[in-house]
Design a protein around this ligand. Structure first.
Ligand code: IPE
Ligand code: IPE
Ligand code: MG
Length: 253
């Protein structure tokens, strides 16, 4: 896979100033993609990985700086054991096969989600990916794995409470910024645009805090069918959104 280390050109219809800096993807519909073709759900996940490769490459090309992908939620453990183990294997293969190319393309990988109960082999691979790419300066690829926003907020709260207990922080000094910095995404910009495929219109415990002022884009395509044109369409739509952050449309003043 080749991911442009530096943005070459923004999507034609989207001036660079309105390009989202951070786009997050809820990659949904792999199972439906497969079953509608008479295939096992696992085939949908396999094809979904191809769509992911295309998306990362295209996002880098058009100048998006941060891409977050929802790859496995803290609730996805509720799936049949065979599907969970296939998904674990797929993640391992993705890291093993794609890591060197991502590194060469200057992509920096960061993993968000709970780590304490992960299988040691998977944890080691994820840490290896982060360590190898830590100093890269191109696209930030944030992999939400074993991720649940409520779990993330609880862990951040526990960390902050411990610092108060240890006398490192006073209660009055706890601010929105304190919470933001203690989330797994600390230091990253909030997502400007969240894209969910497969026609579902919900967040499913994804980036609840960070999505406060995100724009949402829902499309009916199942994730394995998502491609460059679908991303361009979402970006075009984003370009026409007016973000007010609680203020007033400048043109209305
Ligand atoms: C998204 O596709 C992939 C993961 C959640 C890991 P799904 O597997 O949820 O596909 P559907 O929603 O059942 O079609
Ligand atoms: C959200 O999709 C999680 C990922 C895409 C990894 P789900 O398919 O798990 O969400 P629900 O169950 O339909 O809400
Ligand atoms: Mg789903």
């Amino acid at each position: 896979m080749s991911v442009s280390p530096n943005p070459q050109a923004p999507a034609e219809s989207c001036p660079i100033r309105t390009m989202p800096e951070h786009v997050a993807f809820i990659m949904d519909g792999n199972g439906r993609w497969a079953t509608s073709r008479g295939l096992p759900r696992t085939e949908g996940h396999r094809q979904g990985l191809e769509a992911l490769r295309k998306t990362i490459r295209h996002a880098g090309k058009v100048g998006i700086r941060v891409v977050t992908i929802y790859s496995f939620s803290s609730e996805n453990w509720n799936r049949p054991a065979t599907e969970v183990s296939f998904l674990m294997g797929l993640l391992k293969r993705f890291v093993q096969r794609d890591l060197s190319e991502l590194h060469e393309a200057n992509v920096r990988i960061r993993v968000i989600g709970g780590r304490s109960d992960l299988e040691p082999g998977i944890l080691a691979l994820l840490e290896e990916a982060e360590d190898l790419t830590r100093k890269n300066t191109g696209l930030d690829l944030v992999v939400a794995f074993n991720y649940g926003a409520r779990d993330e907020i609880v862990r951040a709260t526990q960390h902050i409470a411990q610092r108060v207990k240890d006398g490192e922080l006073s209660v009055e000094d706890i601010s929105e910024d304190t919470l933001s910095q203690n989330l797994d995404t600390g230091g990253l910009p909030d997502p400007d645009l969240i894209i969910r495929t497969s026609g579902e219109i919900r967040l499913s415990n994804f980036l609840l805090w960070q999505a406060a002022y995100s724009e949402f884009y829902f499309c009916d395509l199942n994730w394995p069918d998502f491609d460059e044109a679908a991303l361009d369409q979402a970006l075009d739509c984003f370009c026409n959104r007016e973000r007010r952050y609680g203020g007033v449309d400048a043109k209305a003043l």
